[in-house]
Ligand binder design. Sequence first.
Ligand code: NBY
Length: 864
Amino acid sequence: IDATIPLRSRNLWKKNNIQKFEEEEGFEKKFVTHVETSLARSMYNCDELAAYEATSMAVRDNLLIDWSATQQRITTRDPKRVYYLSLEFLMGKALDNALINMSSDKQEFSSTGDNTSRGYVKHALDDLGFNLEDVLQKEPDAALGNGGLGRLAACFLDSMATKSIPAWGYGLRYEYGIFAQKIINGYQVETPDYWLNFGNPWEIERNEIQVPITFYGYVDRNNGDTTTLSPSQWVGGERVLAVAYDFPVPGFKTTSVNNLRLWRAKPTTEFDFAKFNNGDYKNSVDEQQKAESITAVLYPNDNFTKGKELRLKQQYFWCAASLSDIVRRFKKSRRPWREFSDQVAIQLNDTHPTLAIVELQRILVDLEKLDWHEAWSIITQTFAYTNHTVMLEALEKWPIDLFGSLLPRHLEIIYDINWFFLKDVQKKFPKDVDLLRNVSIIEEASPERQVRMANLAIVGSHTVNGVAELHSQLIKTTIFRDFVRVFGEKKFTNVTNGITPRRWLRQANPELAKLIGEAIHDPEQNFLLNMSKLNGLTKMADDPDFQTKWDSVKESNKHRLADLIKDLNGGVEVINREHIRHTLFDIQVKRMHEYKRQQLNIFGVIHRYLNMKDMLKNGKSIEEVAKRYPRKVSIFGGKSAPGYYMAKLVIKLINSVADVVNNDEELQDLLKVFFIPDYNVSKAEIIIPASDLSEHISTAGTEASGTSNMKFVMNGGLIIGTVDGANVEITREIGEDNIFLFGNLSENVENLRFKHQYNETELPPSITRVLNAVEKFTSEYKNEFKPLTDSIKYHGDYYLVSDDFDSYIAAHDLVDDLYHHNKHEWIKKSIISVANMGFFSSDRCIDEYADTIWNVEPLKPESS
Ligand code: NBY
């Protein structure tokens, strides 16, 4: 139905258009209005939570005015647009970011010295009786993601809005995000993250947008001679509804506001009358309620898949709802189908949305009655796929039986896609059975046949990209090498990841952003939009005054982190504040995973501790020890997948070591160890700016890119790392003198693993000593850490901890030496590194996607 207002009424609408507020007074009015009407409270009954809600609603009102204009512009001009399909959007908090990004025509310096909208809102809140920082704390993180992949999607949304690229994100609105991690007695304990407990002022529930989604059932081929290639009728069994929830995504210094649409599952109003008539009213309602479980919870695994039916249901529910939305919008534009890919580019964030390919083929063939091949050519002009891992345990596969029962028609379509694809391959490479077997979308291996989602994604996409140069090279030579033979090299490209400097520099590290702005004569901080401007820092790198200021910002950030750690430690101080400026903050925060090698890090800490104790035992004074092993605090943080036994054991080991080391009075605070519980986006914003050194030490060839490495360096931390993922390009950009690289190269990994398998390697004495000492830290059971040490001693040391250990220790020696005996040189490296990090802005990354993969252009607001 047409819901447009008739012409004669439109002037009245325009006259009543609401205006954005652009300064304190306007904000105050909105704030009080929301307190009194939306929240039904008053000045006698307004706590910080209410202040957070009212502030958010006021800011949201502003964003929605720009959102509406942006969306109308897209509808009217009908440019090519991007749909970014991701099962995870790790957004973190929205308010602070919105205050920084929210455009205003009156962006003057306010008395708070903050030139964004944040400045005057802070001032206004102060006048209204609130402290902005405290109010911001009331917002729960939107933690709808596991790690790098989900946060990447969030950074991309920020950059696409900032660059005025017409783009929508599509995902799921999980009621429970990634679990909250508690550390009890040194062990990880998971508790549910019910982030919607107090409602969510940032979402718009769109009850008018409900898409029916079907599961199970059968395929009806009423006409006996039709083939699976002809339009077929899928008669579904279970039906649920997908309801849209929209989140405005503001760009920085622009009025472009994009949309993130998340789907929620709810029961249909259909009713099982059969059951009802049998007197089974309760059961028929229960069945309905099951619908909601589809979007109840985010699966908490990173880089690992398990074929759970509910996960496949999530994937189809989300793909079907999103495609129905995309197709509906396309049909409204009344363009012919052959122009579909002139309007639509769909990016698949990993293989999780690969069903979208099959669903679009189904819509085009079964519902729109397009010819199979015509439909397929539309598909392959529309989709592109981003791969995020080469690790086999992370490649998605679905057992045929499970798949065929949930999505019978889709399985047929996959068979047909595969049939045509393999026919082509066979024509090009006659009699190459191995090739056919390797590239087939169906895996024939026992015990059951499986659908290989990566193969399907490659076959259905025009472009496949990796996320850092080394990784993109590796996918071509390992997991996808046979596809390179089939499709040629050009289909496989690289787009090195990036991060948004708005959140990861301006928001997380306002003092550094301010100092940089002053130093490069850019007080308005336009460098946040053009990060090559950071180059201007280079000439200050040697300036002693500037170095002192630079170090003072770091010190202040270290205090901020020390405050957090104290707070997390039950109010008991861990870090000696007196010496904080000269205490090396050594940080590793990321998901807990064997390939990321937190075990290598904690073994290094044990090595250091044993050496310090030995020195004391041998009669050395604490001053002598301090000279060899200067002040340092080793900070860890990260969640383990709930079922990942080894990763959880590493957490326990870190906490056990912390217990012993931190309470060893003999060491006089020279070494401290702390595991930060519940690492998340908000904590990252405090942790990352405080690092002197961060660890990115994955086994070479396993970390596709890494993005926290970029965040740390952009905040003036140096890194110790392996030649892996984006570390390689960080080195290229900042110079090899400014990074501590160590360890074996990816080309040697296979060989080293082979040697371990045949017991051809003897462990170096250094690691043997550490492994033997590990049980000294056991607090719960005898030999508690045996699985960890055995995996290195007896089970092939798959992650090559022993092979890299000595070189890791040597790199740390260099770190100690430089930090404690040549701090000026250290700071210089820090400044030069930041000066050269422009490449890692996600704006650059989005430019590359837009130019080389999507073929889309910005659609700028008239005013800018
Ligand atoms: O994606 C990460 C990579 O490990 C990292 O190197 C890269 O920088 C980042 C962005 O490209 N991958 C990642 O975070 N993956 C997941 O979180 C993930 C989550 C779920 C599943 C697989 C991977 N899953 O199959 O369920």
